[in-house]
Design a protein around this ligand. Structure first.
Ligand SMILES: Nc1ncnc2c1ncn2[C@@H]1O[C@H](COP(=O)(O)OP(=O)(O)OP(=O)(O)O)[C@@H](O)[C@H]1O
Length: 362
């Protein structure tokens, strides 16, 4: 099932929750709506689901206008973070619920319901819990049952709002991999809301980055991470260093560094901000001909495959903290010690005109 969103807007009083949203979701795609709290993700998901109405704009399911279609007619399954299971029903009955409440002529026989529910419980690998009640399950198990319940009605579209939000980090990671596999096996179109960058980058085919009711960028995880379209996306996705500088005729001055930026050949004396990812900061013990910034190591974190360095660069009157990530091999080669002086330079940087918009930089 394809989903199209055209010129969708939604106000709550004088507050604009969604402003002119346009989105095309391909059949079979797993799409993440990613953004900070209050950016409009849930409102957009609820409008697509038919649980909320838009002030203007349209939602098309398989090219057909579904704006006026009732929730039941949209063949949508939901999983919400706080969409609790029915406490007084067994796990089996929770999953069977959507089938049992169907109008009589569409309702499967008891035997058929039993077959389908058993199959779904096997799919979420919890068939051994069929006779238990929700309070006898762990949080992760309950979320998997919530998914099985959503899938029972064979939805063409699966909508998930922070489905793993309340779970601990390890269970979240397991369920992410599991959701990806389930989505691929079931051939659905799925949209999930998250404010967790790692979750979106790891699971989604494409990510819609939202900010203040608008879409900042739509792209594959690789595109939004490697080629952020705006300062907001740069700062929201992963850790980033921020430098202030100027661009003039194809050259950027960042602190004492002069860097060629041929893509800005025609720019004249522009105040700019430069973003550099920690793994794009090159660290050396000596200056090798090219200009570099001197910095002092104030902290070393050597956990995991990369070594993270916290550096302090004395830039005229201010002190800037800069984060660098280097490989374990490079770290051992350099034999770095806390407190000593090193030389750093950005291998790759992204420049944007400075409109004073930076807020989130680390
Ligand atoms: N029924 C409502 N009445 C008034 N304001 C609302 C209503 N629903 C949402 N809003 C406002 O609209 C904005 C967007 O809310 P929404 O729930 O879509 O954000 P979100 O990106 O999902 O945030 P979160 O990650 O915190 O759930 C918020 O500022 C919220 O306060």
């Amino acid at each position: 099932m394809s989903i199209e969103v055209h010129n969708l807007s939604r106000q709550f009083g004088s507050f604009t929750a969604l402003h002119n949203i346009n989105l095309q979701i391909n059949p079979g795609e797993l799409l993440a709506l990613l953004g900070p709290s209050g950016s409009g993700k849930t409102t957009l998901l609820r409008i697509i689901a038919g649980l909320e109405t838009a002030d203007s704009g349209r939602v098309l399911f398989n090219q057909q206008d579904s704006t006026t279609k009732h929730v039941r007619e949209r063949h949508v399954g939901f999983v919400f973070q706080h969409y609790a299971l029915f406490r007084h029903m067994t796990i089996f009955e929770n999953v069977a619920f959507g089938l049992r409440v169907r109008p009589k002529k569409e309702r499967p026989s008891n035997q058929e319901i039993k077959r389908r529910v058993t199959e779904l419980l096997q799919l979420v690998q919890l068939d051994w819990l069929a006779d238990r009640y929700p309070h006898q399950l762990s949080g992760g198990q309950r979320q998997r049952i919530a998914l099985a319940r959503a899938l029972a009605v064979e939805p063409s579209v699966l909508l998930l709002d922070e489905p793993f939000g309340a779970l601990d980090a390890k269970v979240r990671k397991e369920l992410r991999a599991w959701l990806r596999k389930l989505h691929d096996d079931m051939h659905m179109t799925s949209i999930f809301v998250t404010h967790d960058q790692d979750e979106a980058l790891e699971v989604a085919d494409r990510i819609v980055v939202m900010n203040r009711g608008q879409i900042e960028q739509i792209g594959t995880p690789n595109e939004v991470y490697e080629k952020p379209a705006s300062p907001f996306v740069y700062e929201f996705l992963g850790q980033v260093n921020l430098f202030h500088g100027r661009i003039h005729h194809g050259q950027a001055w960042i602190s004492d560094l002069k860097i060629d930026v041929p893509e800005h050949a025609t720019t004249e004396d522009l105040d700019a901000i430069a973003y550099v990812r920690p793994h794009d900061i090159e660290v050396n013990r000596t200056v090798s001909g090219e200009p570099a910034l001197s910095a002092r190591i104030i902290h070393i974190l050597a956990i995991g495959p990369a070594v993270r360095l916290e550096l302090e660069h004395a830039d005229k009157l201010t002190k800037n903290t800069i984060y660098a990530a280097i490989s374990k091999e490079r770290f051992h080669e350099l034999q770095l010690v806390k407190g000593e002086q090193v030389f750093i330079k950005p291998r790759h940087l992204a420049l944007f005109p400075n409109h004073g918009q930076e807020q989130l930089a680390h």
